[in-house]
Design a protein. Structure first.
Length: 401
């Protein structure tokens, strides 16, 4: 649901009733991942997608029905060779979809509203919803936010039983220990920026039955920092924005580092690259693209960059430049293990020549690195089309030994 937070937040502000269908789990080759959502309002307007088209019509009708009867429902869609005309995924996968009504008088609406507001404004938040379990608990929700975003440093909670608070009591309308357990687990999901499910055994749920909980994490956009205000950087900024990065351009030369040359950049910094990198915030999702192509900038910058816990470090240059740069980096104490992190020459082998083609090559390498792709052609390959190095099986807690 949080993947369409901006649009849904506008619907909430406008007082619209709607139902939202969210992918809970996938099996095999499925087009969308857990957290992907489709929403339908009372007028029949639809936004988002759960399957790329395969089952959208059927899910649309489930949303319309949920708006009428006020009931949450968990539905599975797959593909059957026995009934080729049945509603299902043509790719052969399986998806489980939770459909939840969010009407003005539904007690869950306040927590959904708070989650959408946080996600739409770029603040970190995790929304936990009960997917399966006792019928009276399905659809109930709990929101976890970071301490800096929430005055009490814990979570907001709400349920169909009418509870909405910022304390530990009453989140799911069951046992307070269940709220505390899910809040702690959801916080861990949020720290990792991960969306997935929790399997809570009967003992852990404290409600007499096992539960499945979907946790959706929304975190601020990852950073792409482009060092070197050159023509290749301009193209890379555009591609970075297309991939939903928060893009910063940094160059020590004020005549080149201007908003006029990089109108789509979120931030322009005129400073020596290594000095800026020393003082700015980076994390495990940050990508650093070094396009300065000048040893006096590259060496101190890469000496620092290769020791930071970032997702990607790439540097522009010919193979000859790469070898010379590596020698210079070794001279200032960079180890071979650290050099192994450097993507240089930057990008995948696409035969790129223009700035736009080079930007595409760099972006392709970043995506492949992030998702665990090989970068080879899918034609004739026998590897999965969709694979994610950050994916993990459902976490199970509270089960009987």
């Amino acid at each position: 649901m949080l993947d369409i937070a901006e649009e849904l937040n506008r619907w909430v502000e406008q007082g619209r009733d709607f139902a939202v269908a969210t992918v809970v789990a996938v099996g095999g080759s499925a087009p969308r991942q857990p957290g992907a959502a489709l929403a339908v309002d009372a007028d029949g307007t639809a936004i988002g997608s759960v399957s790329g088209g395969c089952v959208e019509g059927a899910v649309y009708e489930l949303c319309r029905q949920a708006l009428q009867d006020g009931e949450s429902v968990l539905e599975r869609f797959g593909y059957s060779d026995d009934d080729a005309f049945a509603v299902g995924l043509t790719c052969g996968g399986i998806i489980d979809i939770l459909v939840t009504p969010v009407r003005a008088d539904d007690p869950v609406r306040p927590v959904i509203k708070a989650a959408l507001q946080a996600a739409a404004s770029g603040r970190a938040a995790a929304l936990a919803r009960i997917v399966s379990g006792p019928p009276d608990l399905v659809g109930r929700a709990l929101l976890v936010r970071t301490g800096e975003d929430d005055d009490n440093g814990s979570y907001d909670s709400g349920s169909y039983s009418g509870s909405s608070s910022g304390s530990y009591g009453g989140g799911f309308g069951a046992h307070p220990e269940l709220d505390r357990t899910v809040a702690a687990e959801a916080a861990a999901f949020l720290d990792a920026g991960r969306t997935g499910t929790l399997e809570i055994g009967e003992q852990g749920s404290r409600c007499g039955a096992p539960l499945t909980v979907l946790v959706e994490s929304s975190v601020p956009a990852p950073r792409m920092i482009v060092f070197g205000a050159i023509d290749f950087a301009s193209a890379l900024v555009r591609v970075g924005k297309f991939l939903n990065y928060h893009v910063t351009v940094c160059d020590a030369r004020p005549v080149f580092a201007t908003q006029t040359r990089f109108p789509e950049a979120d931030e322009i910094v005129v400073e020596w690259p290594h000095r800026y990198l020393e003082r700015t915030d980076v994390d495990a999702r940050t990508v650093l693209c070094v396009l300065t192509h000048d040893a006096k900038f590259d060496v101190p910058l890469l000496q620092l960059a290769l020791r930071l816990p970032v997702a990607y470090v790439g540097a522009l240059g010919s193979r000859r430049t790469h070898l010379d740069r590596n020698d210079r980096l070794r001279q200032v104490g960079v180890t071979d293990l650290e050099l192994a992190r450097l993507r240089s020459p930057i990008g995948l082998d696409l035969g790129a020549r223009t700035p736009e083609e080079t930007a595409l090559s760099i972006a392709a390498e970043i995506v492949a690195d992030r998702r665990g792709g090989s970068g080879v052609s899918l034609t004739g390959a026998h590897t999965p089309i969709h694979h994610d190095v950050t994916s993990a099986p459902a976490r199970r807690i509270g089960s009987a030994a």
